[in-house]
Design a binder for this molecule. Structure first.
Ligand SMILES: *Cc1c(COP(=O)(O)O)cnc(C)c1O
Length: 431
């Protein structure tokens, strides 16, 4: 029987000096209930909490730990780099190497600017699209999350979906009015909006495989249809690949779906767990960014040596391992099949959505293709399932509105243990 006394005490103490005891809302376990587990360290596929409990990790820091935690070459590279100072505020050769590496792995990236988070990447890409087109409005999809910049916090997924926050106080109507939303996978709705706002729309931004309302896949033709509309109407098509970039494959969703974006946002994997994001795209658009153009964007710590060496080492490892993605995807497929078998046996309706190493279980009798479907699922049951799994040492995202992320340190024995834990948990919950 696990005990959580140290985590409980730490959470009490945290709430005295940190809002809600956490520095990012979903961590608080508010929707699943109970006390968040405080993590002390992690290695490979395992997390260790403040009470010494071990967990098999299916969050991977929400994506970055794709090779497992404390991957030795990354840790070593950071240690060595730190000896030469942690920041200069002046350019370095390593930043060129990082940009060159990103360009060599992706498509449609002629120029790339490093930032310090996915939020900054998306916020800057939107500003650039507006500056480039001279238009103000943009379209996003219900349940997609593009970081916490004002313009994006309209019908956003992730923590806002988890906590059912409909409108965010502090964001002006002027800002929200320029944000147009459609249901994910509803191409006709996009066509109608574009017709109604002809010549006013700067950008369409999308999670090409959505991960912030649980994992939801684009229906065949959806992303292709958006590409077509953007080309016809002079709209900048922004792929928010903060989750999918370097996770679905070296080329991200652009390569997986074989659809070209005009601008691409990166985060998560690109920093190997350091605070890193990036946005890039075609030269014609990117050359409007300062100091080439007047669309201003800057960052004191952007491209800092520790962040760059961590990301560079990770991306290079991925690039030099052609079998990596096949291995990771095969593991995820194995988990998918195993979960499918034990879930089927319970008779509880469920849907498993998966692409590559992104996967999630929705307790739904219908296909889950947009936010409304995800929200209509039996998420109260998911919350119980989360705790039943946690007690068995399996650390899932503490919300039905989040994708699970696999890492390649997971062994087949770990996956078998996870499937067995799911069987036990479901037997307990469906009794
Ligand atoms: C996580 C995420 C972001 C925001 O990144 P942060 O580093 O948390 O600011 C943006 N877009 C998507 C798709 C994400 O998953």
């Amino acid at each position: 029987m696990k005990t959580y006394n140290n985590s409980i005490a730490l959470f009490e103490r945290a709430q005295q000096s940190i809002p809600g005891g956490v520095n990012s809302p979903v961590r608080a376990f508010k929707s699943v209930g109970g006390t968040p587990v405080f993590i002390e360290r992690a290695k490979g596929a395992y997390l260790y909490d403040a009470d010494g409990n071990q967990y098999i990790d299916y969050i991977a820091s929400w994506g970055p730990m794709i090779l497992g935690h404390a991957y030795e070459p990354v840790v070593k590279a950071i240690q060595e780099k730190a000896e030469g100072s942690t920041s200069f505020g002046a350019p370095t050769e390593l930043e060129i190497e990082m940009a060159e590496l990103i360009k060599s792995m992706t498509r449609n990236v002629d120029l790339v600017r490093m930032v310090s988070s996915g939020t900054e990447a998306c916020m800057s890409a939107l500003r650039l699209a507006r500056g480039y087109t001279g238009r103000n409005k943009f379209i996003k999809f219900e349940g997609c999350y593009h970081g916490h910049a004002d313009a994006f916090l309209v019908k956003a997924g992730s923590g806002l979906a988890t906590f059912d926050i409909q409108t965010v106080p502090g964001i002006t109507a002027g800002v929200s009015n320029d944000t147009l939303t459609c249901a994910y996978n509803d191409l006709d709705a996009v066509k109608q909006l574009v017709t109604a706002h002809k010549g006013e729309i700067a950008a369409i931004i999308i999670e090409p495989i959505a991960g912030n309302m649980g994992c939801i896949l684009p229906q065949p033709g959806f992303v292709e249809g958006l590409r077509h509309i953007c080309t016809e109407e002079g709209i900048v098509f922004i792929f928010d690949e903060v989750m999918t970039g370097f996770r679905l494959g070296a080329g991200g969703a652009q390569a997986t779906l074989n659809v070209d974006a005009d601008l691409v946002c990166y985060g998560k994997v690109i920093g190997a767990g350091m605070p890193v994001g990036a946005f890039g795209g075609k030269k014609e658009i990117m050359s409007h960014i300062a100091p080439l153009g007047n669309v201003y964007q800057a960052g004191t710590l952007s491209g800092n040596p520790l962040a760059m060496i961590a990301g560079f080492t990770l991306l290079q490892t991925l690039q030099n391992n052609p079998d990596f993605y096949r291995e990771l995807d095969a593991k995820t497929e194995y988990l998918h099949k195993g979960l499918e078998t034990v879930l089927t046996a319970t008779g509880k309706p469920f849907v498993i959505n998966r692409l590559g190493s992104m996967i999630s279980v929705h307790f739904s009798a219908q296909p889950v293709t947009d936010f409304a479907c995800a929200a209509a699922s039996d998420n109260a049951f998911f919350n119980k399932f989360f705790h039943a799994m946690l007690r068995r040492g399996i650390y899932l995202p503490p919300s039905a509105f989040e994708s699970w992320f696999l890492n390649n340190a997971l062994t087949y024995a770990d996956l078998d243990a996870t499937i067995a834990a799911a069987q036990e948990s479901l037997t307990e919950l469906c009794a």
